[in-house]
Design a protein around this ligand. Structure first.
Ligand code: ZN
Length: 397
């Protein structure tokens, strides 16, 4: 149960869960200044959202009901993740997206369209009462796994994530299809659609060919007052079908880096200039993540570009299939490779022995300690462990 502590002598409206002023929210690091939201699966097999408080490392369901079983629509921790991938909290309101879809048929029975309707819901964490925040027609947002909030605006990609096969059947695949950048004002509920992002004429090969993948437009964060997002596409169908008809995904040597290297992708990096409101094509390499205002990209090795444009290159960290990389306290963390890169010294620093092999995610820095997350060992159910660790214990001497 989420307990709201009263900050004595201070009747200000300071939020219990404190947002960063500008922040990138992603499923593996849905972080706030004093805690983190994550989803677990209960014994009955349902998803529920938890909040872990960095101060106590206590983890509680996002629910205010005494004696709740957190197993049906009456529970906020259940409903905010029952059909949506990434709930986010802003000023102690939790926001999430639900999307309905239906096939639209003409009089002759032929289907002509596959219609999406998204509703952004919100609930006050104190009351748990669910309300409609705003309706967003024509796109799906329930599968969005990346969002940015800056200056009361939530940025998210909406997808027309269905296509019709030659025999007339409709296919719906998460985060595919035509994709649009949306800005939702969390104060006024004003919604702005900035238009189609993946606009290359052959971008649709990504989701209409067997075995195709990498169809999602990726949001990566805000650098130098620009919101970055990217997508990739191929010019010819065979560029994808040749690769996917030969690749062996079970090969232990296979990784995402292989797809990067073996498919002749065109990569388009775009940004929304937050000063002008215009979408621009960017000359920068596509960002992997943007954190603390630094821009991390991969061009064979990982590079960190600071806010002045200075680039530091990691000596040895390579791209892999794990997504839990983060940028915290000025360092790039790659728990899957038991290492971090410090751009100030140009060194890759191994984790201390006790954190090797745990595939840790470094979530945040809180009161001088790193907050890390990893899976418990020998757990039948997936169970996250959280620790608060000083740097001299987390890194090898
Ligand atoms: Zn509950």
């Amino acid at each position: 149960m989420l307990v709201f502590l009263c900050s004595c002598g201070n009747s200000s409206t300071k939020a219990v869960i404190q947002n960063y002023p500008i922040h990138y929210y992603v499923m593996h690091a849905n972080t706030y200044q004093n805690g983190c939201i994550y989803t677990t699966i209960t014994e009955s097999g349902t998803n529920i959202a938890h909040f872990v408080d960095y101060e106590t490392l206590q983890s509680v369901p996002l629910c205010n009901k005494p004696n709740c079983t957190h197993s049906n629509e009456s529970c906020l921790s259940y409903q905010c993740v029952s059909t949506s991938a990434l709930p986010v909290i802003y000023q102690d309101q939790i926001y999430w997206f639900e999307t309905d879809s239906q096939i639209v048929e003409e009089k002759d029975g032929k289907s002509t369209d596959y219609q999406f309707d998204t509703t952004c819901y919100y609930a006050n964490l104190k009351t748990g009462e669910k309300k409609v925040f705003v309706k967003i027609p024509d796109v799906s947002m329930k599968d969005a796994v990346e969002m940015v909030i800056a200056d009361d605006i939530l940025y998210v990609i909406g997808c027309d994530q269905a296509y019709q096969t030659e025999n007339g059947a409709w296919m719906e695949i998460s985060c595919c299809g035509d994709q649009y950048l949306y800005a939702i004002n969390l104060k006024t509920a004003e919604v702005k659609n900035y238009g189609l992002i993946n606009d290359a004429p052959t971008a649709y090969y990504n989701w209409t060919l067997d075995y195709a993948m990498f169809f999602n437009v990726q949001l990566t964060g805000i650098y130098q007052n620009k919101l970055y997002f990217s997508y990739r596409y191929v010019d010819k169908k065979s560029d994808l079908t040749d690769y996917f008809s030969h690749v062996d995904f079970d090969d232990p040597n296979w990784s995402l880096a292989d797809v990067d290297a073996s498919v002749p992708w065109n990569r388009i990096n775009k940004c929304l200039n937050l000063k002008t409101g215009e979408i621009e094509i960017s000359d920068l390499p596509i960002a992997e993540i943007i954190g603390d205002g630094d821009y991390v990209y991969y061009d064979g090795t990982f590079c960190v570009m600071d806010q002045d444009g200075n680039v530091a290159r990691s000596p040895g960290i390579v791209r892999d299939s794990y997504h839990n990389q983060t940028f915290v306290n000025g360092k790039f963390w790659k728990g899957s490779q038991n290492v971090c890169f410090d751009p100030k010294t140009g060194e890759d620093i191994p984790l201390a022995a006790q954190y090797q092999g745990k595939d840790i995610t470094v979530l945040d820095l809180y009161k001088g300690n790193y907050i890390i997350q990893y899976y418990g060992e020998n757990d039948d159910n997936v169970e996250y462990r959280f620790e608060s660790v000083p740097e001299d214990k987390l890194l090898a001497a």
